[in-house]
Design a protein. Sequence first.
Length: 179
Amino acid sequence: MTLAAFSLLIFYLVLSHWGPRFGVISTLTKLNKLNLEKGNLLNVNITLVTNFTNPNKKAAVDFKHIVVELYFGQTIVATKNVEPGLSVAKGGTGSVEVDIVASKVQLFELEIQRLKNEMLKDKILFEVKGRFLGQSKLWRHHLRYSYRMHGQCTLTFKKPPLGVLVSTKCKTKIFKSFF
């Protein structure tokens, strides 16, 4: 095994369990507005505060090319590009506030029924998907360790005007590469 391959293996073993994570800050995320116009067109306004965690104590992470998507059932409600990116220190966290406003989004008939039932029960479910690139620079910037990441969160809100986030479940998939 060459010295470069050995170094790469050691680097991977040291950092592989310390991948960044994507989540949502429940105390700051809020469903501001939700209604059905003409019975089938969704209007929604959500203040979403995303959380980026870097548990790695050896390297900071730069998050770039951040795209956040909001779904209700199978329907994509809104997409938002987040610029500029975000830098998170070693062992730190960072957050980005994303205001999502969508109007007159056509829902399928089953989704309309589901939304009406959820509004009656006062538990409205949305899904948030995030796609982004994370980069760690090590050894005086000679080696970049990159993560292509996909985060997915299921969010349960109380209906407006209260609109508080009552539960969240998030997971992050990381696709790693060196360059």
